[in-house]
Design a protein around this ligand. Structure first.
Ligand SMILES: [Fe+2]
Length: 454
């Protein structure tokens, strides 16, 4: 709490006082406590089960649906009390101050939504057939007010509690309704379920929220499982990249940049979403086969022997062996295996030519060579982007697919390229002093020697 500024504390205090005063004013006569209790329980369940879909993303809860149902069924004061049930959510994480602020924020937003509903001609109580379609406009207005008030109040606290070096980060964290546009849209989408709950109540009573929200909870659970799976994929790919780059100091960050360049080309040529994601993985893992190449060969200074070239040229096949069983890589496997093929058929490991080379591999080859040229190597400095583009064009049609070179140049011109930092001095082991790579197999300027008998 000590971290919060006086302005932030005053702001939080003002939100809490406003919520308490508005609720305490009532009126409480004629309030249907049955609705308040049932919908309050729904808010508690929603808040206890709020799901964080991705790291850094704001939590996603269906409380807004329950609050909007209460706007229709019990009016502003009842809705504020339902919103205040946020305080009883069982989710771990929020501090006492966060909980107090979230509770006041939801109560105040729900109250304002209730007022908007009445001001726009909405009638508080159980809707019947005659309520439609007249109820839709006041309900939509209430939903907008609820979402805008939530986001507005939260934006205020995020701004006041931001730390100077963290940008929009906050001492209060990112609980509750958030700032992202997508979340705002999802909140508005969820809001529609509030009307459905209120309308169904006249038919099935307190079972209405269950009927409406159980399918949503299940869908959300499935989405959360998917997000977990994505996280596991990222971790797997990240660990393999880390292993490769630990072996080869001068290629640090290379996999990541090849991945970025490949995605730029893929987007430029209009590849569909899942394939763009697959090529991103392919870029990250294209040199994973280096794990199967002796470190002393990867880091050797001076000329490589025929056998050593052969060992390096095995890395696409080794890469395939290593990641073949990882199901989600799918089309990326072809990219990994063939990223050193050349359009003129003089590449390796198979000597494929033209469109025999899988599309992913032709894309990777361009991004791979470009990053190699624009990165520092032990035997030369990084080349300027313009020079690397010239080089890509020079080898276009012999080493690279001209369509992908053109796509990459177009994307580079528009988006630019963040060049890697020149590497600092490597941390050398006792047995391998000054054994840094002398030639980069990705550099089109390096002499190509295809060894036939691997
Ligand atoms: Fe490679």
């Amino acid at each position: 709490m000590g971290k919060l500024s006086r302005a932030a504390l005053l702001y939080i205090g003002a939100v809490v006082v406003a919520a308490v005063v508005l609720v305490a004013r009532g009126p409480f006569t004629g309030l249907s406590w049955q609705y308040v209790v049932f919908l309050g329980i729904l808010v508690i369940v929603s808040e206890s089960r709020a799901t964080q879909l991705r790291k850094g993303q704001l939590t996603w809860s269906s409380s807004s649906a329950a609050m909007l149902a209460s706007v229709v069924l019990v009016g502003p004061v009842g809705a504020a009390m339902v919103g205040a049930c946020t305080a009883l959510g069982l989710r771990r994480g929020p501090s006492i101050l966060q909980r107090v602020f979230n509770t006041a924020m939801y109560a105040l937003s729900a109250y304002l939504a209730g007022r908007a509903f009445i001001a726009l001609g909405g009638h508080v109580g159980l809707p019947d057939e005659g309520s439609f379609p007249g109820i839709i406009a006041p309900f939509a207005g209430a939903a907008l007010v609820l979402v805008a008030a939530n986001h507005g109040l939260l934006s205020g606290v995020l701004w006041l509690t931001r730390s100077p070096d963290q940008g929009p980060a906050t001492a209060l964290g990112s609980q509750g309704v958030g700032l992202s546009g997508r979340l705002l849209l999802s909140d508005l989408g969820y809001a529609a379920y509030g009307l459905l709950i209120a309308a169904l109540w006249s038919v099935v009573g307190p079972f209405a929220p269950l009927l409406v929200l159980i399918p949503l909870f299940i869908a959300r659970w499935a989405v959360a499982q998917f997000a977990e799976q994505q996280k596991a994929y990222e971790a797997t790919v990240g660990a393999l990249c880390q292993a490769v780059e630990t072996k080869d100091f001068y290629t640090r960050g290379h996999s990541d940049r090849v991945s970025r360049g490949s995605v730029m080309i893929a987007r430029e040529i209009g590849m569909r979403g899942e394939r763009v994601e697959a090529i991103r993985y392919a870029g990250m893992l294209h040199d994973v086969g280096k794990l199967g190449v002796p470190t002393k060969v990867l880091q050797k200074t001076g000329k490589l022997t025929e056998e050593e070239y052969a060992a390096i040229q095995l890395h696409p096949m080794r890469g395939l062996d290593i990641v073949r069983e990882i199901g989600f890589l799918d089309e990326a496997l072809a990219g990994i295996m063939h990223h050193h093929e050349r359009i003129d058929g003089r590449g390796y490991p198979m000597g494929l030519a033209g469109t025999e080379i899988p599309e992913f591999a032709r894309v990777l080859a361009v991004a791979d060579a470009f990053d190699s040229m624009t990165s520092t190597r032990s035997y030369r400095g990084a080349r300027p982007v313009a020079e690397a583009i010239q080089e890509l064009r020079k080898w276009s049609g012999t080493q690279f697919d001209p369509a992908f070179v053109a796509a990459f140049v177009a994307a580079l011109t528009r988006e630019g390229w963040q060049r890697p930092e020149p590497p600092g001095p490597p941390v050398l082991g006792t047995g391998d002093l000054a054994t840094l790579t002398a030639e980069d197999h990705d550099d089109p300027g390096s002499p190509l020697r295809v060894i036939d008998s691997l």
